[in-house]
Design a protein around this ligand. Structure first.
Ligand SMILES: Nc1nc2c(c(=O)[nH]1)N[C@H]1C(S)=C(S)[C@@H](COP(=O)(O)OP(=O)(O)OC[C@H]3O[C@@H](n4cnc5c(=O)[nH]c(N)nc54)[C@H](O)[C@@H]3O)O[C@H]1N2
Ligand SMILES: Nc1nc2c(c(=O)[nH]1)N[C@H]1C(S)=C(S)[C@@H](COP(=O)(O)OP(=O)(O)OC[C@H]3O[C@@H](n4cnc5c(=O)[nH]c(N)nc54)[C@H](O)[C@@H]3O)O[C@H]1N2
Ligand SMILES: [Mo]
Length: 760
């Protein structure tokens, strides 16, 4: 069986005459994802890069002036490698390795060996190190604040209460940010079987009631029969405080739990009741902020206290201004209900954000491709990329300490697309001209490739061999090469091995192994890690022949914080108090006005409460037909476009007010930039909201208008707070109008001008 694995699932590539013609879905996947279809025409689309490229202005020594707008010149691998190696060595000699930004954030492709980030980081470590980035775009605020509250990232990154316990015990599932089936199509590193829709259905059949708290009705499948509550976006903390107030004043808060398992509740209660000089957080107070009726808030609170309740907080809630607070208040509310550590109760974040969330993990970790040690200590919080480039030498706060932004001369990106993921892309486009050299490894002419000086064209998973296994996904996959790599494309590994050779550390990089040599090495190390847990894997050749290995479940499903609840003395949380910190002296000690020591409601920088007339809150959520910007040129993704643009959905009344009809090309504007979109009119979107998914390839015209609909030309590039410095993509107000006249053609899926072909 010739299987492959992608972040959106297992599949069998169907190849005819050496060409990929279809992707077959394995019969044992109950809900296979159609995202796989994109690869079929994407692999050989006109935007595939099949030869190394150098930017014209770079070759002429323009210092970056035309970067991101320029044409390219096709060059030979020899020339690309020698230019790059010479420039890199000169930059290191003159500025040191602290001038190299190699954070290279991004999802790249599945596969443990050809993992672009591991490859580039290993290479740069051997070259003397690089400035890295910390935390993720997914849940930076949660990653930083959670350890202060519960001592780990449990319930966010890992160890959420498993589905089994939800199906059997949860009576009420209150989902802030919904449970969008769309997002559970993927898992970082690959999906074994798509099980989330079945788990949710099973819970429903077992009697679980669902509450969908979201600006979008379809953030929950209709078959779950959910109650839909649509607070104004970014006001969930106020809603949770209104719920908490009801619990407190109606005697529904679990005092025994709060006494035994938490610290700081007294101070929180004082603030909740307005005894600290602030407003009392009554349901009426919450109603004025959220736009929900106070009575609905009261009745939800009573219902939550009367049932086994799971409070789920989508990661999206903390990708917003003061995102730390959504997490903090979720935990506080769950602590007040006193069900943390019980099966089916308590809290969790990330349910349905990825297929793996709610799966029990394997009892061991599959070993990673070794990245070696980075001699450079400097870092930035991942979303501060634009700030770093704009303000070298400036100070920033992060989790209790002060740091300075490095002065970056060279950027190297492999396997990520900052011209997809970063907020305020026109600003990024501007400050991206500052370094002297930008190197990008990419298969396609997307936003990041067009912003490079040297483009190194790489292969896709189906063009190479790899080992696939992801966290909390039970399959190990022999990812077999299905087609030949086109043109002069190379594997990231071979690209870097070649440059390492040029720079004199080729042997250290490869350790004398080729692709299959590394796969055998990784496999053997995995076999050793699995053996103590009773897994008896076949030898490599038998495994490779069989195509996959399914790990049986060896972990008993456990509620989040079950041990802590059972015996807090034997299993204290690794917080200063050993308890859940509703009040955190440590965070208070940092002295951050935008993240004090208690959960706090802050007005977001942009929201419906301060928006000028006509402003709509932009929800730039994840796309249903692709992963981020990956394979946007594929047929399944393009079939979802409206008039060739990214769709933007708004309520019929909001559309009517703006004279917008379904299928119109519309113009969206924010304080940062503007883009075109294709209108969809739907009552599944709350009033005051416009929803447009991420991932449309950047397509800026000369005036800075994005013709295709990349939401990140609109979004706000502001940190969540001085604590986490996380991204705030979901905090953006925009204005929408019908586009008059004939809209400009979309150019995103045309390659840039390639000026002259060098002989190779
Ligand atoms: N407005 C807004 N913005 C957001 C978000 C949001 O909710 N709203 N969400 C954020 C989140 S959670 C995330 S995780 C980020 C995601 O941001 P990214 O992870 O940067 O997005 P991808 O499109 O997955 O980028 C992966 C890139 O790697 C390339 N690639 C694929 N395989 C390979 C390979 O084998 N080798 C190499 N060299 N390249 C390869 C792909 O072509 C693609 O360009 O976006 C963030 N941005
Ligand atoms: N198909 C597909 N699946 C994906 C991805 C993809 O690109 N494509 N990306 C993956 C990645 S990297 C990640 S990190 C996860 C992200 O998972 P999430 O962070 O959960 O993803 P989003 O789609 O941004 O948000 C989920 C929903 O939250 C709601 N929401 C947004 N803001 C608010 C708010 O202020 N209040 C309330 N109550 N609701 C709000 C929106 O209606 C949105 O549909 O998804 C993963 N899954
Ligand atoms: Mo993410």
């Amino acid at each position: 069986m010739a299987l492959t694995l992608s972040h959106w699932g297992r599949a069998v590539p169907v190849v005819r005459d050496g060409r990929l013609v279809a992707m077959d879905m394995p019969a044992d996947d109950p809900n296979p994802s159609r995202i796989s279809e994109n690869i079929v025409d994407a692999v050989t689309s006109p935007v595939r890069i099949v030869q190394p490229m150098a930017r014209k202005g770079y070759l002429a020594g323009d210092g970056g002036a035309a970067r991101g707008e320029d044409s390219f010149v096709a060059v030979s691998w020899d020339k690309a490698v020698s230019l790059l190696a010479a420039d890199l060595q000169a930059i290191i000699a003159r500025h040191g390795n602290e001038a190299i930004f190699g954070g290279s954030y991004g999802w790249a492709s599945a596969g443990r060996f050809h993992h672009a980030q591991s490859q580039i980081h290993r290479f740069l470590n051997l070259a003397g190190g690089y400035v890295r980035s910390v935390n993720t775009h997914s849940h930076a605020a949660a990653e930083v604040v959670l350890p202060h509250l519960i001592g780990s990232q449990d319930g966010m990154a890992d160890n959420q209460t498993p589905w089994e316990l939800i199906v059997n015990h949860t009576e009420l599932f209150v989902a802030f940010g919904g449970l969008p089936a769309r997002n559970a199509q993927v898992s970082a590193g690959g999906v074994s079987r798509h099980l989330v829709p079945d788990q949710l259905r099973a819970a429903r059949e077992a009697g679980t009631q669902f509450v969908n708290i979201s600006p979008l009705r379809d953030d929950m499948a209709p078959e779950l029969g959910a109650d839909w509550m649509a607070p104004r976006p970014n006001t969930d903390v106020a809603l949770m405080m209104g719920l908490a107030h009801v619990l407190e004043v109606e005697g529904l808060a679990d005092g025994a739990f709060l006494d035994r398992f938490t610290t700081g509740y007294g101070r929180f209660r004082d603030a909740l009741l307005g005894r600290d000089g602030g407003a009392e957080k009554t349901p009426e107070w919450a109603a004025a902020i959220t736009g929900l009726p106070a009575e609905r808030i009261r009745s939800l609170a009573r219902k939550m206290a009367a049932r086994r309740t799971m409070i789920s907080c989508a990661w999206s809630l903390q990708r917003a201004d003061h995102g730390e607070q959504a997490i903090w208040m979720t935990i506080t509310l769950a602590a007040m209900l006193g069900q943390i550590g019980l099966p089916g109760g308590g809290f969790g974040t990330g349910y349905s954000a990825a297929n793996r969330v709610g799966n029990s993990p394997l009892p061991f970790a599959w070993p990673a491709f070794p990245q070696l040690r980075n001699p450079v200590q400097r870092f930035i919080p991942v979303a501060r990329l634009g700030d770093m480039l704009e303000h070298p030498g400036a100070e920033f706060d992060y989790d209790g300490a002060r740091y300075t932004y490095p002065d970056i001369e060279m950027i190297w990106w492999a396997g990520g697309n900052p011209f997809h993921h970063q907020q305020d892309l026109r600003r990024l486009h501007r400050v991206w001209k500052k370094p002297t050299l930008v190197v990008v490894q990419e298969p396609f002419w997307n936003g990041i490739a067009r912003h490079a000086d040297i483009v190194l064209p790489c292969t896709l998973s189906i063009e190479r061999n790899d080992l696939g296994i992801a966290k909390a996904e039970p399959h190990l996959i022999a990812m077999k090469q299905a087609v030949q790599p086109p043109g002069q494309t190379l594997n990231d590994y071979d690209i870097l091995a070649r440059i390492a050779g040029e720079m004199g550390f080729g042997e250290a990089f490869t350790e004398g192994r080729d692709e299959m040599g590394w796969l055998r090495d990784l496999y053997d190390r995995g076999v050793s890690a699995a053996a103590p847990h009773g897994y008896n894997l076949p030898d490599f050749d038998s495994f490779w022949q069989a195509g996959e290995y399914l790990f049986e479940q060896r972990v008993t499903p456990k509620a989040l914080m079950q041990d802590f609840r059972r015996d807090p003395a034997a299993h204290p949380l690794p917080t200063p108090s050993g308890r859940i910190e509703i009040g955190s002296d440590r965070v208070a000690g940092f002295g951050y006005d935008d993240c004090p020591g208690l959960p706090t409601w802050f007005e977001p920088a942009e929201w419906l409460g301060n928006a000028p007339a006509g402003g709509l809150h932009l929800i730039s959520n994840q796309p249903s037909r692709k992963l981020h910007s990956q394979l946007d040129q594929g047929s399944w993704s393009r079939a979802g476009k409206v008039m060739g643009r990214e769709p933007a959905r708004l309520h019929p009344v909001e559309a009517e007010r703006r004279d917008i009809r379904e299928g119109d090309v519309i113009l969206l504007r924010s304080a940062r930039g503007s883009c075109l979109a294709g209108a969809i009119v739907s009552a599944d979107v709350a009033m005051g909201v416009i929803q447009m998914s991420t991932g449309a390839w950047l397509d800026l015209d000369d005036a800075g208008l994005d013709r295709h609909g990349n939401v990140n030309v609109l979004t706000l590039d502001k940190p969540t707070s001085r604590l986490a410095q996380g991204p705030t993509a979901h905090t953006t107000i925009v204005f929408a109008e019908r586009f008059e006249g004939s809209p400009p053609a979309v150019r995103a899926f045309e390659p840039p001008v390639i000026e002259e072909q060098e002989k190779t």
